[in-house]
Design a binder for this molecule. Structure first.
Ligand SMILES: [Fe+2]
Length: 265
């Protein structure tokens, strides 16, 4: 159960870890569904939108889990599970929309280090710009569910409400794969959930021969008077197809439609 202490930790440190948010059977079904998804992508049977480690080598992020091609209605049902929707309402307000759901994995034959960054689309903003972004209300609720042990996510706790230090700036701009003082590995056991803020300084660092199999999901806050996007984010273009909406449970339509309304076509 997500408690007030968890939310407090999120505010102060930018993350929390929690067990037991879904029934054991749902975890087992999700595990099996994620294995099927990964197998189909690796076999070249389905590819809705996949991030490959290198030219058609191994996937590291598999999107499109709610698309009909995967034939896995469980993923949308999972997002709608009450603890996630309740937590989204608490953190984002009543109006939120479909964020994303995807499978994070890694190549098996090589290290796959992701560099330090914040999810703000600007590597080196001025100190004022940086604080302006960080001071905005929480814009998404994101969480990882580890299907097997996962120690890939590292964050700098508390970095989501302060400017980067000189050491962090040097690292983010010039050496994003170096270690940072204050870094913390978010270790998840199978079945554990890690909720965390993309405003923290963070990275995913995957190791050769250690499989990652983690289900990432998010709900996104609807801002008042949010303009229609100039361009569809290429990672989500597949969601425009009518067949995707038709495959979703009716309860998901309101969240899907709030996203759809902001797309230019
Ligand atoms: Fe990120």
């Amino acid at each position: 159960m997500i408690t007030a202490e968890h939310l407090d930790q999120y505010r102060q440190e930018g993350y929390f870890i929690v067990d037991d948010l879904i029934p054991k059977e749902m975890f087992e079904e999700l595990y099996a569904a994620c294995r099927r998804v990964k197998d189909k992508v690796r076999a070249g049977e389905v590819d809705v939108y996949t991030h490959w480690a290198a030219e058609k080598s191994e996937p590291w992020c598999i999107r499109g889990l709610i698309a009909p091609e995967f034939k896995e209605p469980l993923f949308a049902e999972y997002m709608l599970h009450k603890p996630f929707v309740d937590c989204a309402r608490q953190m984002l307000g009543d109006e939120f929309r479909l964020g994303w759901i995807d499978l994070r994995t890694n190549p098996h034959h090589e290290d796959f280090p992701g560099g330090w960054h914040r999810d703000i689309g600007n590597k080196d903003p001025s100190l004022e710009e940086e604080m302006e972004i960080l001071n905005q209300p929480v814009r998404d609720l994101r969480w990882y569910l580890a299907l097997i042990e996962d120690a890939c996510l590292q964050i700098v706790p508390g970095s989501h409400h302060r400017n980067r230090t000189e050491e962090e700036r040097e690292c983010l701009v010039n050496s994003p794969n170096s270690d940072l003082s204050g870094q913390k590995t978010i270790k998840l056991k199978p079945g554990q959930f890690g909720f965390w803020s993309g405003m923290t300084i963070h990275r995913g660092t995957m190791k050769k021969d250690v499989e990652r199999l983690t289900l990432a999901a998010s709900w996104r806050k609807c801002q008042a008077d949010e303009p229609v996007a100039e361009k569809v984010d290429g990672r989500f273009e597949w969601r425009l197809k009518e067949s995707v909406r038709a495959f979703l449970p009716a309860e998901m339509h309101i969240y899907y439609d709030r996203w759809r309304k902001l797309q230019p076509v």
